[in-house]
Design a protein. Structure first.
Length: 469
């Protein structure tokens, strides 16, 4: 019997991906869960496994193509003689159930597994932004979801040109909602989906082009900030042009959007972590015996979660359309991680409700999953505050870019031994540099100073914090 393998739901708010490798050929005999293609989304790469065994009859995609959720990938001859093992052999590959997906149709394939982060918990200075909370799923089959990236800037009313049409506009409820939130008339957007259907990507492109003052389909020009064209650099020597990956392009767009739309302010402070380092060394064996590691990152996550309970505005989002502040009653801590493909922000959920031991175990597990290609797309969503730790690279202070739609981000540098005057005497202390960037529309400088000082004092008195939290 011939069956079609379709691209499954890749994860919440992901609608398409780029094929970066086809892993099978026509005539290959596949087993269940054997990877058939490798995809790159805006945040990571994923292998798509076969949901059933069979012989490859036709391959419908090629390297470099964009594929949509539900699109046919491969046609298989599901022969009876291609037996499936009664119980799968042990494998390093994660089970498909590890990635939460929309229940697939009968012909859809199982959920893909995301490529790992190569480093442990080494963070970058500007994390890739996460998606906002998705709309509730309708009773009808779910519409395409947005890619994991910050939504594009809300377009000023003057930039929107309404277009009236007697015919109904083909767009899903989630797409219409996105257009409303961005202040865009849905009929003004040119749809690129099947039959002219408007996709969320079309709305975002329309918003970007409206802000830039260029037509939606106009080719991008190589221009300098002042509007002039880039010079011919080859006049002065040999050059190489390297195309950017889809992930890098989206990271660039996300960071540019966050920098343009959020009025950033950065403040700096120093924490004396001498006692904290002693505390960490003294009790690290307890976390290690439980299967984790008591790292400085784990401690900073725990203390920052406590700070967010004390200063809830730092755990919020600004709804510009409604001119409201959204205060979240949960604390999901994102930890920016540097990878070969770009920055990822895995999330530790309910960090304020977890003990330091639990956080240490979860951080260690997250690092191990990323090394073994088991981090899920769901692990990268839902953060409310981000920590970017560059201490492993030897840096001190820096100005991290806020991970929209969050309103603040904490940068952590490398601790150093310094001579500090205490009661008239110079003593050696371990000093940790802290950098806080925040949205000045939501947070005043005085509040930011209080937040950062509270956090520094918590680091200087870890035993007291352990008693109170």
């Amino acid at each position: 019997m011939t069956r079609e393998m379709k691209l499954p739901a890749l994860g919440e708010s992901i609608e398409n991906a780029e094929v970066i490798a086809v892993l099978v050929s026509v005539g290959d005999v596949l087993t269940t869960d054997q990877p058939v293609i490798e995809l790159e989304t805006d945040k990571a790469t994923a292998e798509v496994p076969a949901p059933f065994a069979g012989t490859v009859r036709k391959i419908h995609v090629a390297k470099g193509e964009q594929v949509q959720v539900g699109q046919v990938i491969i046609t298989l001859d599901e022969a009876a003689e291609v037996a499936q093992p009664a119980s799968p052999a042990p494998s390093d590959k994660p089970a498909a159930a590890e990635v939460p997906v929309t229940p697939p149709a009968a012909d859809s394939v199982s959920a893909p597994v995301v490529e790992p982060v190569e480093d442990d918990m080494l963070a970058g200075s500007e994390p890739a932004a996460q998606s906002a909370t998705p709309p509730a799923a309708p009773a009808t089959p779910p519409p395409p979801a947005a890619v994991i990236e910050p939504e594009p800037p809300r377009v000023p009313a003057a930039a929107v040109v309404p277009v009236t049409s007697a015919a109904p506009v083909a767009a899903s409820p989630s797409v219409r909602r996105l257009a409303r939130e961005l202040g865009i008339t849905i009929s003004a957007v040119k749809g690129t989906g099947k039959g002219g259907r408007i996709r969320e990507e079309d709305v975002k492109n329309h918003a970007r082009s409206s802000l830039a003052g260029t037509p939606v389909n106009a080719p991008a020009a190589s221009t300098a900030p002042g509007g002039g064209s880039l010079p011919d650099f080859s006049r002065w020597g040999e050059i190489d042009r390297q195309p950017l990956s889809r992930m890098r392009l989206n990271i660039a767009a996300n960071l540019s959007f966050a920098w343009r739309t959020i009025p950033h302010v950065s403040q700096f402070d120093r924490a004396d972590v001498t006692a904290l380092q002693t505390f960490r060394k003294r009790y690290s064996h307890k976390v290690e015996s439980a299967g984790g590691k008591l790292t400085m990152t784990a401690i900073v996550v725990k203390l920052t979660a406590a700070a967010l309970r004390t200063f809830p505005r730092f755990n919020s989002s600004f709804d510009e359309a409604r001119q409201e502040l959204i205060l979240k009653n949960y604390i999901n801590m994102g930890v920016a991680v540097d990878t070969e493909r770009g920055l990822l922000v895995p999330v530790i959920r309910d960090a304020d409700r977890k003990s330091l031991v639990e956080i240490g175990i979860e951080l260690s597990s997250l690092a191990e999953r990323t090394r073994q290609r088991k981090v899920s797309l769901d692990d990268l969503q839902g953060g409310t505050f981000t920590i970017s730790n560059l201490g492993g690279l030897g840096t001190t202070y820096f100005t991290p870019i806020i991970n929209w739609p969050e309103v603040a981000i904490l940068g952590v540098g490398r601790s150093r031994r310094e001579a500090v005057e205490i009661e008239g005497e110079l003593v050696a202390r371990t000093i940790l540099p802290l950098s806080l960037s925040y949205d000045h529309r939501v947070i005043d400088g005085a509040d930011a100073a209080r937040f950062l000082r509270w956090l520094a004092e918590a680091m200087e008195n870890p035993l007291l914090m352990a008693l109170e939290h």
